[in-house]
Every structure is written in C-alpha cells, then in structure tokens.
Design a protein around this ligand. Structure first.
Ligand code: PNS
Length: 159
C-alpha cells in the first residue's frame, strides 16, 4: 500500500488542485489531502470551510481523505505514515521554490517529494487570481468546482 500527501492552502481549491489530486489517485493506493490551518497569509476561507469544500469535491473518491495540519509538514507526514509528498507544478516559475521545499523536507525527514505536471489548461490558475476575479464579479465557473463557485459568491456577495 503506497500513500501520498498532497498539501496546500486550498484557499479555495481550484480545478488545478482537483486535477493534481485526481492524477495522484491514479498512482497511489491512498491520498491524504492536507490543508494547512494557518498559512503565512491570512486565509480568505477558514480551515473548516476549505476542508468542507475538499470533502464535498472528493466525496465519491474513497481513496481520498481530507485532513488539516499546523506546523511542519514533515511532522504531519510522519504522524500519518505517508510515503511521498506530491506537489503540482504549473510552470517553471513554481519549480525553484518547490525544489527548495522538497530538499528541505528530505533533509528534515528523508521523505521524498514527487511532482505532477499541471494540465496545460490549468497552468495559469491560482487561488489568488480566482479570488480576485470573483471579488470583482468575473466568471469563475471554468476555474473552480461548482461548490466552490457558490462559496465564492457567498463570500464576495457584498463586493
Ligand atoms: O498551497 P500552498 O500555499 O502553496 O501550500 C504551501 C504549503 C502548505 C505546502 C507549505 O507552506 C508547507 O508545507 N507549510 C508547512 C510548514 C513547513 O513544513 N515548512 C517547511 C517546508 S520546507
């Protein structure tokens, strides 16, 4: 049984995240999606809501578990006994920082990181841009799952 940990802020989850998680599911026996409770920037959605959104999206996928963590990712990885951290790479601009984190995580705990190349159609997607589009009334239907569209509409209803 091989397990993967897909960590992130997921503030909110986008179709790019979903693509990476779905493809991770095809390679591993089980996948823990790990939501960081307190990211460096104050999140738009509380952890409980980010977790609910992911649970709704993957409710039909028994291999996926959604959890949250604080502190070092490697401590959470050890606690859950996962084999590999999986990250999505959208473009070469993601690579430098992701490589640094992968090397640090290997240094700290000897855990490997594997990368999934984002599908080109989602290469430009980020949670920050999605929120900016939603905040100013743009269409986000093609960028996030339907349950996230609703949460964004609620969140930015007052402009
Ligand atoms: O979706 P994001 O914001 O790119 O996710 C970043 C995340 C949560 C994966 C990263 O910030 C992280 O692993 N934070 C936990 C703290 C930690 O372990 N830091 C050292 C890693 S090198």
């Amino acid at each position: 049984m091989t397990s993967a940990l897909v960590p992130g802020s997921f503030d909110p989850p986008t179709k790019g995240h979903v693509d990476v998680i779905e493809r991770t599911v095809t390679v591993f026996d089980s996948v823990v999606v790990a939501v960081i409770r307190n990211p460096s920037k104050t999140p738009t959605f509380p952890a409980s809501e980010r977790i609910s959104m992911l649970e709704e999206i993957f409710s039909g996928e028994p291999k996926v578990t959604v959890a949250s963590f604080d502190g070092l990712l490697v401590d959470f990885a050890r606690q859950r006994g996962v084999d590999v951290i999986v990250k999505g790479l959208r473009a070469v601009t993601d690579f430098e920082y992701e490589l640094q984190m992968a090397q640090m995580n290997f240094h700290l705990a000897g855990i490997e990181t594997a990368f999934v190349a984002a599908s080109p159609e989602f290469g430009y997607l980020s949670s920050s841009l999605v929120k900016e589009v939603a905040r100013f009334g743009g269409s986000v239907e093609a960028l996030v799952p339907p349950n996230v569209v609703l949460r964004l509409k609620e969140r930015f209803a007052d402009g």
